[in-house]
Design a protein around this ligand. Sequence first.
Ligand SMILES: Cc1ncc(COP(=O)(O)O)c(C=O)c1O
Length: 395
Amino acid sequence: MQLASRMHSIGTETAFEAAARARALEATGRSVIHLEIGEPDFDTPASVREAAKRAIDGGRTHYPPFPGIPELREAIAADSAVRRGFAPDPADVFVTVGGKGVMTYAILALVDPGDEVIVPDPGYPIYESVTRFAGGTPVPIAIRQEHDFRLDPDELASLITPRTKLIVINSPANPTGGVLTAEDLRRIAAIAIEHDLVVLSDEIYSRILYGGAEHVSIAALPGMRERTIVLDGFSKTWSMTGWRLGYGIVPEWLRHGFGRLLINTVSGATTFAQWGAVEAISGPQDEVEAMVEAFRARRDLVVDGLNAIPGIRCLRPAGAFYVFPEVSGTGLTGEELADRLLQEAGVSVLAGTAFGEVGTDHIRLSYATSTANLEEALVRIRSVVEPLALDGAAA
Ligand SMILES: Cc1ncc(COP(=O)(O)O)c(C=O)c1O
């Protein structure tokens, strides 16, 4: 039997495979600290769980309207008015299975064979994978540590060709934690408008920001609402990864196509989960605030701990729950180090190349785990890296 030829062009998300490898090692009796997967360790807030339970008991177990239940679409629109500064028509809001649904539909709806999509490198690997699957060409834009892990708008402008269709931005970013400034966003918007391009703005970490920073959505800038697809969701902010709920806010001209893709794939996101999400987005936010504060403290612990290890250099990100340290001072690539950390010390991290070539000298750690785990991980990382750096110094 033969797979369809398009299956040769589909990629993957290495985090899931790395987690499986780490669990296999664990099954042999080894202790493994998991810093590979981007998943908060907190429980979903109790009020959200209760709302979903009430929905099940109340019989909300049938098909939802395919774009999402009206109560949730209205709540998302109201939240956008407060947090993003624009109030979409709820008819432009689509509830999807995970934030991933939004990126898949956006790319499938827009990209023809031969079209180019500008994707961050390092960046979330699914943008590139689905672009290839759709027959498009991903064009990586380097996101450099020297530039605070923000894309350089001049470089972006230099990558535009007549085939460019879509620019993907992600702020705060996976895997770097980098946050675009309002000025960066204004310059990206000017480029999109000048060349008549669409922007997919992945804002899934937009509430996980430190130091009082306010999230700015490119969709709120003049001339951008009609050319921006906003991606957000419930997985990260309310620790709801297993609920598989995300949402897109799309321009009016994309409504029909987006709806068709939803109908053709999932018929709509799980009904009772959507009732939980209504509570998540419109109920009290104190648990989210406490979670973000815990992430901030863990970020500082990890950044300070990594920078104290010779051979590792780590920026202090302003958002999300990842760090992307440079490890070239160890004499190893990110991939080699990730391998040794797992095999020799039972610390599971991802190689930077899981997110693109620019990540060769980096590893990615998720600090969405307990302080005790992070402290132990730092001790173990030091035990592997310190001898390497000493060897390097002796050589
Ligand atoms: C940047 C980014 N976008 C989207 C997603 C997908 O989120 P979800 O689990 O809601 O599909 C992730 C998950 O890791 C992510 O890091």
